[in-house]
Design a binder for this molecule. Sequence first.
Ligand SMILES: Cc1ncc(COP(=O)(O)O)c(C=O)c1O
Length: 382
Amino acid sequence: MTEATDRYDPLASAGAGPARPEPRIRLASPVTGEEEVEAMRDVLASGILTNGPATRRFEAAMAERHGTEFAVAVANGTVGLAAMYLAAGIGPGDEVIVPALTFIGTATAVSHVGATPVFADILPDTFTLDPADVARRITDRTRAVVPVHYAGQAADLAALRRLADDAGIALLEDAAQAHGATYRDRPVGSWGDSAMFSFTPTKNITTGEGAIITTNDEATAQRLRLLRNHGMSQQYHHEILGYNWRLTELQAAMGVVQLGRLDAILATKRANAVILGELLANLPGVVAPVAAEDRDHPYLIYTVLVDATRRDAVAAALDEARIEHRRYFPPIHHQPIYSHLPDPVLPVTEDVYDRAVSVPFHSRLSAADLADIAAAIAAGVG
Ligand SMILES: Cc1ncc(COP(=O)(O)O)c(C=O)c1O
């Protein structure tokens, strides 16, 4: 059996806390099968292992699914964000507005390209960027706003699109968690100047590592292709400073199969969200995830808010039941790497983090698992 420490864990760090017993219900459980094995076997038989037809098929399928003209595959979401920022012309001296309640990569990729992340507050229901707070933080150095679709649920894209257009800045979606999500019946990934989707194993569909950037702008797509392949426009002709950010053909072939599974996974999760929402409905101080009416929520993450004074008790009850849990995400503005930045005032972010408990919500949960999760939360809020 795989050691817990070998599993992908975005929050794990060397020597992080005492060892816990192996969880009975895990946070993530990727759905893979014989179809992925076959697709990867075909790639091996073809002898083309990178930058080939499977990558093109994966890109075309993602572009079609998210309603964009172009899609460019890269090695992982963090370099995908850096590529997206570079392709938008962001660099030293620039500011990029991001939420703080997100995975660290949203901000570190800003730093990787030499720019400065500026943290804005979130809305209390969807935990996504508050357009009014974003507007307050725009300066003449701001080049882009980066909404993160928290748990995959779209940020307020209409308001942010308007705001970005009025300010003459880019709207770049961090859609890492949002495969297949929609806002006002239009797919995420098609609202921004470009958008990044990640395929790590905690996502609804996965290629182990990997990411795709969608865009409707041909010049952006071309720049992304140059960035991922050493800035090379022809064999050994290097036009810009590029990188090796390519996805392997094995991953791309897996991605095509995974994309075919997406609708079934989303349907299961939406049905389970109704069940778990009902189980939690009458618990004191407990707020289940809010699905905004004009959005399709893909429930990548299931974050429950509890009374802050009961949060530790809820965590202890989940531990006791051997149900894995996290707090998605420790706010980035408190991370040591950003201690040099002016401290932003983010009251909603702080409040959500103080009350947040994220519980397992992968598509393989049984009715009994959902009942056990609800029972542990109920025991914790007492
Ligand atoms: C919101 C968000 N942004 C960026 C990333 C970084 O993606 P990757 O892990 O593929 O580098 C992730 C998650 O993994 C994420 O959840």
